[in-house]
Design a binder for this molecule. Structure first.
Ligand code: SF4
Length: 363
C-alpha cells in the first residue's frame, strides 16, 4: 500500500510534543472517535487505545460502537478491512499508516487463489472442497471464500471451523497460513504427511500431482507469518535448560515441531489469559510477538516472562504505526479531512461478510 510522506513538521516532533498534540486532538474529537490497538502494537501507541485486542475482537468492538464516526485502527491493513466490513456504512475506518500490511496476508492474492481453484478443479470435484481463510487475509480472499460456501477462521476458533469444513466436504483448502492449518488438522487427528499437501502458488500446478490432490484431505497454502515462523525447537530446548520447570507457550502460527515441543499453544488472547491467571513465581517462555511479551512481563512482575527468541524483531509491519502517523490522522480529522480511509467495495464486502458470518454462527 502507498503511504504519502508525513508533513515534515510532524515527522520532526519530539515524543512529548507528539503526545500533547495527540491528547488535544483526541479530546476535540471526543465520542466521534474510537482508537483500537492490536496487542502487537508498540507501547507508545497502545497507551492511546480505547480498546486493545486481537483483530477480530477489535472489529467487533468497532461494530459495537455505532456512535463512533471515526474508527482509527492501529493494526495492519486486513484488520482495518474487517472492521470496515463489520461496521455501518456511516462509519469511517482509518489505518494510520497505509504501508502497515501483513507479510502473511500478502502471501496469497486473489489471482493466485482463483488460479489454484481452477487448477484443482482439473483433478477433483470442487463441490466437495471447502475453502477456509484465516482472518489474516485480504477482503478479496474472504469474499472468494464467502462465494464458495466456505468460512473464515481465527486462531481461537480454527479447530471448530476446520471440523465444520471436514464434515461438509471431502477436502478443505486452507490459506494463507500453512502452520495454523497444519497444527489445527493435526489436533483433529489428521496426519501431516499422509492427509495433507502443500500448495506452492509460485510453482506450476502448485508443485503437487493430480493423484496427491485426490488423495489428501487438507490442502495447505504455502504461506507463513514472518514473526512466528522464526521460533524453533532449539530455542525451546535452551529455555528448558536455562529455566527447569519453565512453561513454554506458543502461537499456532508457529511450525508444527515448535507447537509439539511446547507445553501449550493458543491464540494471542489465549496466551494472555493463561499467563494472567498463572501462579506468582511461575516462569513463561513465550513464542509470540515481542511487544506483547514485553508488555505481559511488565504487567506481571510477580512472574518471569520472556520471549523464546531473545533477538526476535517485532512485527515489522505493525511497527510502521508510529505515533507521528496517529497524530497526523487525528489532526486531519480535527481539520475536517479524512485521510487513510480503508473502504472495502460493497460487492466484496457483502461476500466477505458471508464468510465472516458463517464463522460467527459456529460459536
Ligand atoms: S505478526 Fe505475522 S500474521 Fe500478524 S500482522 Fe505481523 S506478519 Fe502478519
Amino acid at each position: 500500500m502507498l503511504q504519502k510522506p508525513l508533513p515534515i513538521e510532524i515527522s520532526r516532533l519530539n515524543p512529548e510534543d507528539t503526545d500533547d498534540r495527540i491528547k488535544d486532538a483526541r479530546h476535540t474529537l471526543r465520542e466521534d472517535l474510537i482508537i483500537l490497538g492490536h496487542h502487537y502494537q508498540r507501547d507508545e501507541i497502545i497507551k492511546w487505545a480505547d480498546y486493545r485486542g486481537d483483530s477480530l475482537r477489535l472489529s467487533h468492538l468497532a461494530a459495537a460502537h455505532p456512535e463512533a464516526k471515526y474508527i482509527v485502527f492501529c493494526g495492519v491493513h486486513f484488520m482495518a478491512e474487517s472492521a470496515d466490513i463489520l461496521t455501518t456504512s456511516d462509519q469511517v475506518v482509518i489505518l494510520p499508516n497505509m504501508s502497515a500490511g501483513c507479510s502473511m496476508a500478502d502471501m496469497a492474492n486473489i489471482a493466485q487463489v482463483e488460479d489454484c481453484w481452477a487448477t484443482l478443479s482439473t483433478a477433483t470435484d470442487m463441490s466437495k472442497v471447502i475453502p477456509i481463510t484465516y482472518v489474516n487475509s485480504t477482503a478479496a480472499l474472504k469474499a472468494f471464500v464467502g462465494r464458495h460456501e466456505g468460512a473464515c477462521c481465527t486462531s481461537s476458533n480454527a479447530k471448530r471451523v476446520v471440523q465444520w469444513a471436514l464434515e461438509r466436504g471431502d477436502k478443505l483448502l486452507f490459506f494463507p497460513d500453512q502452520h495454523l492449518g497444519r497444527n489445527t488438522a493435526v489436533e483433529l487427528g489428521l496426519h501431516p504427511e499422509k492427509d495433507m499437501l502443500l500448495w506452492d502458488p509460485h510453482k506450476r500446478f502448485g508443485s503437487v500431482s493430480p493423484e496427491e490432490i485426490r488423495a489428501k484431505r487438507v490442502l495447505l497454502w504455502k504461506g507463513h507469518c514472518s514473526v512466528h515462523g522464526r521460533f524453533t525447537t532449539d530455542q525451546i530446548a535452551q529455555a528448558r535448560a536455562n529455566y527447569p520447570g519453565v512453561n513454554v507457550i506458543v502461537h499456532p502460527e508457529c511450525p508444527l515441531d515448535v507447537v509439539e515441543a511446547s507445553d501449550q499453544n493458543g491464540s494471542t488472547e489465549y496466551i494472555i489469559r493463561a499467563i494472567s491467571k498463572a501462579s506468582p513465581g511461575s516462569v513463561w517462555a513465550v513464542g509470540t510477538e515481542v511487544n506483547l511479551v514485553n508488555r505481559l512481563a511488565h504487567e506481571h512482575p510477580d512472574k518471569t516472562i520472556f520471549c523464546l527468541d531473545p533477538v526476535v524483531c517485532p512485527c515489522s509491519t505493525m511497527y510502521r504505526v508510529h505515533p507521528h502517523y496517529l497524530l497526523w490522522v487525528l489532526e486531519s480529522l480535527v481539520g475536517g479531512e479524512i485521510v487513510n480511509q480503508v473502504s472495502v467495495p460493497i460487492d466484496i464486502a457483502a461476500d466477505a461478510r458471508l464468510a465472516l458470518d458463517r464463522m460467527l454462527l459456529m460459536k
